[in-house]
Design a protein around this ligand. Structure first.
Ligand code: DX5
Ligand code: ZN
Length: 222
């Protein structure tokens, strides 16, 4: 299998020392995943533009950000996130009737734009958007919390979207988010995931760098 990219999710990190937590992993990570939750779209609250934008300004955080909006109003709050080329901002299709316009709006800074869906939503809805986006984020768990078990049905969703992307010869990348560990990463990579978002598997382990390398190795052996 080709190399996967790893995006450690700061949701599982120690928020009291966020900058140094990121500094520990950023050399090995292709991006840093920022989970934005509003207590409405998902039953949990995390951080918003104030914290994310400080990370963007930090000279110790040079890795691109992958900003995952799990919020009911991405139109209002999405543009408040500082982004630029290399970063990706991802919204959920369930939160807007005008996904095409939102993709254009969020991409105005030159960043990439991705879409995601809750596990029960129909992946067919993403297909017409493929020519406009850079990433599809496939949830491996119900969004809202880290540390959940990977839902096996995710693998078929990844495979379905990989097939559609290949059909239109597009370079949209598939990211998988939730429940990633040395076993599930192999399954997801084999099905077509190229970006692995991992919270607990990275920040929950004592040696974070070793954990990232293990995920990369496991994906390669898939
Ligand atoms: C869940 C978040 C995920 C989460 C993954 O709603 O979108 O990014 O941080 O956590 P783990 O890797 O612990 O499942
Ligand atoms: Zn996420």
């Amino acid at each position: 299998m080709p190399d996967v990219e790893i995006a450690p999710s700061i949701l599982a990190s120690d928020f009291s020392k966020l900058e140094s937590e990121i500094a520990e992993v950023h050399e090995l990570a292709e991006s840093i995943h920022v989970d934005v939750m509003d207590g409405h779209f998902v039953p949990n609250i995390t951080i918003g533009p104030v914290v994310s934008n400080s990370l963007k300004e930090s000279s110790r955080v040079t890795t691109p950000l992958s900003i995952h909006l799990m919020i009911s109003d991405p139109w209002k709050y999405g543009p408040e996130f500082s982004t630029g080329p290399g970063d990706v901002i991802i919204f959920h299709t369930e939160t807007t009737d005008r996904p095409r316009e939102l993709i254009e709006r969020l991409g105005e800074s030159g960043c990439g734009v991705g879409v995601s869906q809750k596990p029960a939503s129909d992946p067919e809805e993403v297909v017409p958007l493929l020519p406009m986006i850079d990433e599809v984020l496939v949830m491996g768990v119900e969004p809202g919390f880290g540390g959940q078990e990977y839902q096996q049905r995710t693998t078929e969703r990844i495979r379905f979207l990989a097939g559609k992307i290949a059909e239109v010869n597009s370079d949209v990348k598939i990211a998988v988010d939730g429940g990633m560990n040395a076993e599930t990463v192999a399954t997801a990579a084999e099905a077509g995931a190229e970006i692995i978002i991992a919270g607990s598997a990275v920040f929950g382990s004592k040696d974070r760098r070793k954990a990232i390398n293990e995920l990369k190795r496991a994906a390669k052996q898939a």
